[in-house]
Ligand binder design. Structure first.
Ligand SMILES: Cc1cc2nc3c(=O)[nH]c(=O)nc-3n(C[C@H](O)[C@H](O)[C@H](O)COP(=O)(O)O)c2cc1C
Length: 394
């Protein structure tokens, strides 16, 4: 059974556009850039608008609409240094990184940022990246065996001295990393997120991760993910929290928002989306039970490459806020959001949607005999020079 935490306010994250082409594979106008200046301004807008986290993407090769990519860990560090409160979650592949080298890198990033570094461990789907780098490409469920070991090593090196781990994929002997990560109250080590949807992913995440991240899903669908992760977590005596991806289209009217979605899909870059549909067969569809990420995604779903339309954060700010709180009722703790025009829409989300979410969350808590703990809300800054530079850039 999942215990629904109605006291803690929902947390919000955004996808860092550190690869080119925006977050939808469409020729529709996207005022989103993958360069650093754009992203620096975006990160400052986000932390001043009530966002607590940003998530970078890891890609090494051009694929399906992302012709150019900035490397995730270095980009995350740069964003940490450009902000004051935002936590930046760096996507990392166990098959590409040695966990000891990554553990050390993240400790340094944590010290440079006052305890704001985090990782999203992703097991990979883009076979060519591995094969063409000359790295082993493991069978689907075996990737999660390695991922679990990877996370155990990360956590061990972050929390123990003289740490040893004799595993199938990693063999660590009496290692102590000094300094350890920054001591942040309530955080035993940099947070470990885990992205994946398949049965194997859910089980591995439940056993090892602090946070389970999923592609976009409808409410009934996400209940299944929560149940799968919670089962494995309970056996391991753990209680991970849940994050869900959603593509936000907030407009003055629902009609306008739906029209924008129609235009995104109508202008989809068809060959890229079809190529993507073929490549992702290495994910969910390649599993024994055929479940998992992208296993049943339609053409429309794949235009947002993490199934973000399925979460249906599309409509007026009120409609979106109501939908968000419906997800809170089933156990979602964090929304990972993406947009067409990131800078403008992240700011608008903070201004128009978040205040309604907070009201609805407070009502929900009261109706259930508790209080929303507003002391846990991230501070919303006077959006200082970020907004200024946005205004001058227009
Ligand atoms: C929130 C989230 C973020 C992800 N980010 C990346 C990424 O940056 N790079 C990448 O190669 N895969 C990324 N993935 C995909 C995973 O690597 C993996 O292929 C996918 O979760 C496989 O799903 P499956 O276990 O359902 O087959 C991400 C997945 C999720 C849910």
């Amino acid at each position: 059974m999942t215990t629904i935490d109605l006291r803690t306010p929902l947390k919000f994250a955004y996808w860092v556009p550190n690869v080119s082409g925006g977050l939808v594979v469409s020729t529709i106008e996207q005022r989103t850039s993958w360069d650093f200046e754009y992203n620096k301004t975006l990160a400052r807008i986000a932390e001043d608008s009530g966002f607590e986290y940003a998530l970078t993407q890891t890609r090494y090769a051009a694929s399906y609409g992302a012709d150019k990519q900035h490397e995730a860990t270095s980009f995350s560090l740069a964003l940490l240094l450009a902000t004051e409160r935002l936590k930046v979650i760096s996507a990392v592949h166990p098959g590409m990184w040695h966990p000891g080298v990554l553990a050390k890198f993240i400790i340094t990033a944590d010290h440079l940022s006052g305890g704001r570094a985090a990782v999203n461990v992703v097991s990979g789907w883009l076979k060519d990246e591995f094969v063409n780098f000359g790295l082993p490409w493991l069978e689907h469920d075996e990737r999660y065996v390695r991922t679990e070991e990877f996370i155990r090593v990360l956590r061990g090196l972050w929390t123990e001295e003289d740490f040893s781990f004799p595993g199938k994929y990693y063999d660590i002997k009496n290692f102590t990393l000094n300094p350890p990560p920054i001591d942040v109250p309530g955080r035993p080590h940099p947070e470990i997120f885990f992205g994946g949807n398949s049965t194997a992913a859910q089980a591995a995440a439940g056993r090892t991760a602090d946070w389970y991240f999923s592609n976009g899903r409808d409410i009934e669908g996400f209940k299944e993910n929560i149940a799968g992760v919670t089962r494995a977590a309970a056996e391991a005596g753990r209680a991970p929290r849940f994050g869900l991806n959603g593509f936000v289209i907030a407009r003055e009217s629902e009609k306008e928002a739906r029209e924008t979605l129609r235009e995104i899909v109508a202008k989809a870059h068809r060959p890229a989306v079809e190529g993507f549909a073929s490549a992702v067969k290495e994910a969910g569809q390649s599993t024994k039970d055929g479940k998992g990420m992208w296993a049943d995604s339609t053409f429309e779903d794949l235009v947002q490459y993490n199934d973000g339309f399925r979460t249906q954060l599309i409509g007026t700010p009120e409609q979106i806020a109501e939908r968000i709180v419906e997800y809170k009722k089933i156990g979602v703790n964090l929304f990972l959001t993406c947009y067409l025009h990131f800078q403008e829409e992240v700011e608008a989300f903070g201004r128009d949607v978040l205040p309604i979410v907070r009201e609805l969350e407070a009502d929900l808590a009261r109706k259930n005999g508790t209080e929303l703990d507003t002391g846990l809300l991230p501070p919303i800054g006077a959006a200082r020079d970020a907004r200024h530079s946005l205004a001058t850039a227009r």
